[in-house]
Design a binder for this molecule. Structure first.
Ligand code: PGA
Length: 256
């Protein structure tokens, strides 16, 4: 299975900064093995410039993703961006369900489910994020929360998409909210426990493809811990925030 090494730049970087980081990353990743795929989730305003930077030079090592999209083709949705617009800007991927959008922007499981299905139906690949808060974990709700987020978030992924290509098109990122941006990475036992739950849900939900869908870990991944994390059972890549902002540190993670 090809590992998916994903950078989430969040609300960081001007166009010039994004292009500079991407150019350096592309050079640093010249030895990236065929067993690794990299995607950079850049801010909307930098996507076209990033696509231009990556395009034309056969730089297939890195693909581009948007951090959000709206589940409609077009219309009166001020501030939003459609899947077609992301594709037009050079994206192959989009993120859905990120905990910052759940917590800060108030996105519900049902809305995230609509978005995930719509993005897939309209030609984007999706990294769908889930994860529990510390309160939910401490009150014994880990399995129930992940199960609910996956059941609702993947509810609209229809038969047309549950095709042989699904493992290429959809990845699930497990990101415990208490580990995001806190420097507190989940321990190996915690990661394996959660990823096992995710895998068994995926096997039930997509009997033919569940075993081949990639499950990423996210939350305070750094070059120091990435190697150990990606070698754990059912970990098929990482989603990296803070440590992805510098080309040098993300390249060390991607090559870990
Ligand atoms: P972090 O963020 O690596 O800074 O913890 C991960 C994420 O939010 O995707």
């Amino acid at each position: 299975m090809q590992l998916l090494m994903a950078a989430n730049w969040k609300m960081n970087k001007t166009r010039a900064e994004a292009v500079d980081t991407l150019n350096r990353l592309d050079t640093l990743l010249s030895n990236l093995g065929a067993d690794r795929e990299c995607v950079v989730f850049a801010p909307f305003t930098a996507l076209a410039a990033c696509a231009e930077t990556l395009g034309g030079n056969g730089r297939a090592r890195i693909s581009l993703g948007g951090q959000n999209c709206y589940p409609a083709k077009d219309g009166a949705f001020t501030g939003e961006c459609s899947p077609a617009m992301l594709l037009d800007a050079g994206c192959a991927w989009v993120l859905t369900g990120h905990s910052e959008r759940r917590a800060i922007l108030g996105e519900s499981d049902a809305f995230i489910g609509k978005k995930t299905a719509f993005a897939l139906e309209n030609g984007l690949k999706v990294v769908f994020c889930i994860g529990e808060t510390l309160e939910e974990r401490d009150s014994g709700q880990l399995a129930a929360v992940l199960e609910r987020q996956m059941r609702e978030g993947l509810a609209g992924v229809g038969d047309a998409i549950s095709a042989p290509r699904l493992p290429e098109l959809l990845a699930v990122a497990y990101e415990p909210v208490w580990a995001i941006g806190t420097g507190r990475v989940a321990g190996p036992k915690e990661i394996v426990e959660a990823h096992t739950l995710v895998r068994s849900f995926l096997n039930q939900r997509f009997p033919a493809q569940g075993k081949d869908l990639r499950i990423l870990y996210g939350g305070s991944v750094k070059s120091e811990n990435a190697g150990e994390i990606i070698r754990l059972d059912n970990v098929n890549g990482v989603l990296v925030g803070g440590a992805s902002l510098q080309a040098e540190s993300f390249s060390r993670i991607a090559l870990a």
